[in-house]
Design a protein around this ligand. Sequence first.
Ligand SMILES: Cc1ncc(COP(=O)(O)O)c(C=O)c1O
Length: 421
Amino acid sequence: MPPAADAKAAIEAAYRARTRRSDALHREAAGLLPGGVARGITHYAPYPTYMEEGCGCRVTDADGNVYLDQLNNYGSMIHGHAHPAVVAALREQVGRGTDWGTPTQRQLVLARMIAERVPSVERIRFTNSGGEAVMYAVRAARAFTGRNRILRMEGSYHGGYDSVVASPGLAESIVAETLVAPYNDLETASRLIEAQRAQLAAVLVEPVSVRGMHAAEPGFLLGLREVTREAGVLLICDEVVTFRLAAGGAQSIFGITPDLTTFGKIIGGGLPVGAFGGRADIMDRFDPTRPDSAQHSGTFAGNAATMAAGIAALGLLTPAEIARINGLGDRLRSGIKGALDEAGVLARVTGLGSLVGIHLAERAGMHWLHLATLNHGLFMRAEGAFFLSTAMRDDEVAETVSTFRVALADTKPILHTGSPS
Ligand SMILES: Cc1ncc(COP(=O)(O)O)c(C=O)c1O
């Protein structure tokens, strides 16, 4: 066998040998859940690992293998798993009930915590997911401006809402209302905004395009802010992931004041959550006492369990902790780049703060590198990304790099090598 085929066979055989129970569960799931998964993104070949437990920065799979968790449920577990303070807050709340179909004091507490950190948030509402938050932010923009179209960035991810995805199953009319510009291309975006200003309700942008962990280039977000303001188009900043990067969110790092912001992930302490907020004059379109109020609902939006976990998690996420894990991210980026360079693997390492992305020149190689990292006890995003948690210290960064190095050695015959970029 050629060395690459050999290496692939060895990596897959090792994966299969370690994860027999996951294989059996996946076979069972295949007859019940499309593709055998409850959530499309969790699928990878030959079958996904079934995780069953988590504590701090470690997760345990159905076969009892333990992994250092650098996925953290795509960034929602900012404090790792089962943080004692979050568990205690949840326990206490669950014992007293979780929802009464009324406002609660806890909603007020979490709303205030977010608004105090993010000055652009004058009003806020909770949702059950980040995707839902995006949907309502777009609705707010449409209600406020009376226009239909939105502009989003290519390669960005904003969840499952029809207006922000490219997928079969969308009404043609919806597709026609969404314009797309390349990320970090201010010139193209500005041209579109200018040309479409009469129809354009909002521009939707992530401060870090989380799918590839590409941070906004200097001037991109500020430029968008300027152009949208001049054109009378709203700017929606999607901070579902990037709120972790600074107490005031990534908008405070890039120095922009968006009209609306979407939140999710970390603000729910690991439970389902989302929120959207921003300028009072826009958000007040949802005031139910208005005769023309815009609709916002959700049986579980703002439920007390999510609020309790979110309050505990945000309370733990002090500016010092944010700075600490951002520093860990910097060290991880340079450690991973060093390992790739040493191995002579052509790759780029991207990201900002506690968000880290890996891009192999040989893109198909990532599948094998991912399986190889699993084989050695490291759990990362299958496309090559890390979301650090406060449950980690320098030791875990060193462990991530050393495990990555070992996995890279397994994968090397599969990857194109050359001089480091
Ligand atoms: C930037 C961004 N926006 C929105 C979403 C959607 O959030 P949710 O999965 O909670 O619907 C995600 C999810 O990963 C995201 O990364």
